[in-house]
Design a binder for this molecule. Structure first.
Ligand SMILES: C=CC1=C(C)c2cc3[nH]c(cc4nc(cc5[nH]c(cc1n2)c(C)c5CCC(=O)O)C(CCC(=O)O)=C4C)c(C)c3C=C
Ligand SMILES: [Fe+2]
Ligand SMILES: [Fe+2]
Length: 333
């Protein structure tokens, strides 16, 4: 049902927020992006002075150059896939709101890089917006992603005299519309390719220490997997969970995707389908790390068939899920 709004429609805006991506696939642009991203204490919490020496002296020069080649390999004519897909999601949600009779403004912002959360809030406030609904594009909550968005909003508010009102979706992996969108994407893949020996859910990792300190991310990932198994009628053994993209020497959530892929063919799993439910848009971590690098790992270890099932991106089910989240959040506002 369409909510009744207590302010004129022009005073509301929805802001989709994703992680961010470099402006260009060049070493300087990637270093700028990584500098901002990896200086966030929500992402890397080592003592700042020590960490800044390591970051500027070692990580930015070496990782910047290595990752530039990877970004170049996945870059699209219109730009970084993560940005292009986020733009498409924003446009599609705006259209869906319009078609549903609630033509609220929809914009996107990035936690790191452009457009920044502060710049988008500023621009919308200048147009008279007073109530913001922020939708972090992370189905599973983690302090490293969703709380980092919340921190930036808090810093923005600290600079304001006349505060806008803000609501934020914390997570949505448990909601029926998300569950059916995810299960639907696997079924659509099966309709074209058939079923494999197993379905691997590879989630972006975080340091295991963060989970010990209270981050519920791992629980959210495992709930996502259990729900998907139920919704697809698969057993727990047919739905495997692993964690990818680790950085640095600390222990991250396990099993690591690459190490698991090396073992699976020896356990009789030769045909594998891989899904990455922590990513609402395809990006470097899915298009390169999962679809290319990890495919090679699996085939090299004796696997015969490896298929990556793309992210929900701007598929109609995903946009309908966002629309439902917006309608729920706007109730009574
Ligand atoms: C070093 C710590 C990192 C943590 C913790 C982390 C958590 C985390 N990240 C995502 C989503 C994305 N990460 C992406 C890229 C990326 N992630 C890290 C590091 C951490 N991520 C780095 C250094 C990078 C850049 C690429 C690289 O150098 O390897 C992206 C893709 C961006 C793109 O431009 O395509 C996404 C999306 C989640 C969901 C998450 C925790 C739950
Ligand atoms: Fe990441
Ligand atoms: Fe990576």
């Amino acid at each position: 049902m369409t909510p009744t709004l207590t302010l004129p429609l022009q005073r509301y805006a929805v802001v989709l927020v994703n992680l961010g991506t470099p402006d260009e696939p060049t070493v300087p642009a990637i270093q700028r992006y990584l500098q901002q991203f990896l200086s966030d204490q929500r992402v890397v919490d080592y003592p700042a002075i020590l960490w800044q020496c390591i970051l500027r002296g070692i990580i930015l020069p070496f990782r910047g150059r290595r990752v530039a080649k990877l970004y170049q390999s996945i870059w699209w004519d219109e730009g970084s896939p993560l940005r292009v897909i986020t733009q498409r999601q924003t446009k599609a949600l705006g259209n869906a709101m319009l078609m549903g009779g609630l033509p609220v403004q929809v914009r996107y912002a990035m936690t790191y890089g452009n457009p920044s959360i502060a710049s988008v809030l500023d621009e919308l406030r200048a147009q008279g917006v007073e109530r913001f609904l922020v939708l972090p594009l992370y189905p599973q909550y983690s302090a490293t992603t969703t709380a980092a968005i919340s921190d930036q909003i808090s810093s923005y508010l600290q600079q304001q005299r006349d505060l806008p009102e803000i609501r934020m979706q914390k997570h949505y992996h448990h909601l029926p519309a998300y569950r059916s969108a995810l299960a639907g994407s696997v079924r659509a893949h099966w309709a074209k390719q058939g079923q494999a020996d197993a379905l691997l859910l590879s989630f972006h990792g975080i340091p295991e220490r963060f989970v010990r300190l209270g981050d519920p991310y791992e629980r959210h990932c495992r709930e996502t997997a259990a729900n998907l198994a139920t919704d697809l009628g698969l057993t727990a053994e047919q739905v495997l969970v692993s964690f990818q993209s680790r950085v640095g020497k600390e222990q991250w959530l396990q099993p690591y995707t690459d190490q698991l892929l090396e073992k699976l063919p020896g356990q009789g799993i030769k045909k594998l389908q891989v899904l990455c439910p922590a990513f609402s848009a395809d990006c470097l971590e899915t298009l390169e790390e999962i679809a290319v690098e990890n495919c090679e790992v699996f085939l090299h270890a004796g696997g015969e068939d490896y298929q990556y099932i793309k992210a929900l991106n701007d598929s109609p089910c995903h946009i309908q899920l966002f629309r439902q989240l917006v309608l729920q959040q706007l109730q009574g506002w």
